[in-house]
Write a protein that binds this ligand. Structure first.
Ligand code: UD1
Ligand code: UDP
Length: 370
């Protein structure tokens, strides 16, 4: 049996293709949900839309300080994994749920498969950088989106159990593109038919936890919207919403050019992403999706752990909120021909991962072990 320890929105989206591939092979699996995300629009809607099986357990860790959250994930996931005795424990990405699930499995002597292995931003102010590096240290199977991550892992002396499989974000987008076009009413609901808009998401602590920084970022975005005649469709993460609620000019950012909504489900997001002129984001998964959908992206950060998106010309970094700087970056990206080759694979990553997990010859001890 294969156990998935997952806890947040992007993990649910990115494990779905692996879950489906295992189901097609008749392989038993269990989802252990940490409960890091629990609001309907960050959690249950993805189970419904992606047809994921009900979790075997929900650990209900909820929101708390990062150390307490991580500790609770380790303790509670260890209890459930000890009952399940899986052949593999798969974690995806770089959240606290990933590190907690990986450490619990490792301490129980269970082999860890890390999906989306080897990404590095080299920015240790990001909680995700520690999570991904430390999860990688205890993993036996490193499932990399591209060759770039193989090289990053090699520099850390992780060479065994490393495979390039592509990114399951592509599988998920391809599997759901038609359904999104048929079923999502989001363009109509938000009054966007025939309108030019950019899709905006923000949730990185470095951008959204300080009122001063978030005000500066949103002012800069507003200026871009006015300068380029773009509406700014802004499904707002709860972390970001909480800071906006405290900000003196918070209400301004739900007025045009901003079209502010609660977070939307995956089908609505895919439809919004596909029809946008541009994506403005600090999300990891959204950078990859924009690249996959051939929509140009400006990443509102100083670094990215997805450098392939920049290398192929799909993405540009812009951390500055100084007048005119973001407008210029947007101008450059709007003019880019949308002809880049998607670096994240052919949409069959889930199949490759399922095959590796079910192959009796796949090595199941941590890569550092003799
Ligand atoms: C987490 C991950 C981040 C990932 C993101 C995906 C870590 C350290 N961070 O960030 O890597 O990119 O998920 O979206 O693991 N909240 C709700 N409802 C929920 C969950 C959270 O309202 O269902 C609110 C709470 O006030 C909470 C805040 O959002 O304090 C932040 O949630 P948390 O899970 O700690 O981090 P994210 O910012 O979501
Ligand atoms: N997403 C969504 N609804 C939204 C915003 C994002 O379904 O309102 C999806 C999006 O399709 C992408 C994923 O969430 O696949 C990205 O997750 P997020 O930005 O929360 O986290 P990150 O990828 O930065 O870890």
């Amino acid at each position: 049996m294969i156990a998935f320890v997952v806890g947040t929105r992007p993990e649910l989206i990115k494990i779905a293709p692996v879950v489906k591939a295992l189901e097609r092979r008749g392989a038993p699996l269990s989802i252990v949900h940490t409960g890091q995300h629990y609001s309907y629009e960050l959690d249950a809607i993805f189970f419904e839309e992606l047809g994921l099986p009900r979790p075997f357990a929900n650990l209900e860790v909820g929101s708390s300080g990062p150390a307490q959250q991580l500790g609770t994930i380790i303790i509670r996931s260890a209890e459930v994994l000890a009952k399940l005795q899986p052949r593999w424990v798969l974690v995806q990405g770089d959240t606290n749920s990933v590190l907690g699930g990986a450490l619990a499995a490792y301490k129980l002597g269970m082999p860890v498969a890390h999906l989306e292995a080897g990404l590095r931003s080299d920015d240790w102010d990001m909680p995700e950088e520690a999570n991904r590096v430390l999860a990688g240290r205890v993993a036996a199977l490193h499932l990399c989106p591209t060759e770039g991550q193989v090289e990053r892992l090699r520099r850390e002396n992780i060479v065994r159990g490393v495979h390039v499989v592509g990114n399951t974000v592509v599988d998920a987008a391809l599997m759901n593109a038609d359904r999104a076009r048929e079923r999502s009413q989001v363009i109509e609901r938000l009054g966007l038919a025939g309108k030019r808009y950019a899709l905006v998401t923000l949730h990185r602590p470095s951008n959204v936890d300080s009122e001063e920084r978030l005000t500066a970022v949103l002012r800069a975005l507003g200026a871009v919207g006015r300068h380029h005649g773009l509406l700014l469709v802004f499904p707002t993460h709860p972390r970001t919403r909480a800071t906006i609620a405290r900000m003196a000019e918070g209400r301004r950012f739900s007025e045009p050019p901003f079209i502010t909504t609660d977070p939307v489900g995956y089908l609505d997001f895919l439809r919004l992403a596909a029809d946008a002129q541009l994506t403005l984001t600090d999300s990891g998964g959204v950078q990859e999706e924009a690249c996959t959908l051939h929509v140009p992206c400006v990443t509102l950060r100083a670094n990215t752990e997805r450098p392939e998106t920049v290398d192929v010309g799909a993405n540009m970094l812009c951390d500055s909120t100084a007048p005119g700087v973001l407008e210029a970056a947007v101008e450059t990206m709007l003019a880019r021909p949308r002809t880049w080759k998607n670096p994240f694979g052919d949409g069959r990553a889930g199949e490759r991962v399922a095959d590796l997990l079910l192959d009796p010859n796949t090595r199941r001890v941590p890569s550092g072990a003799p």
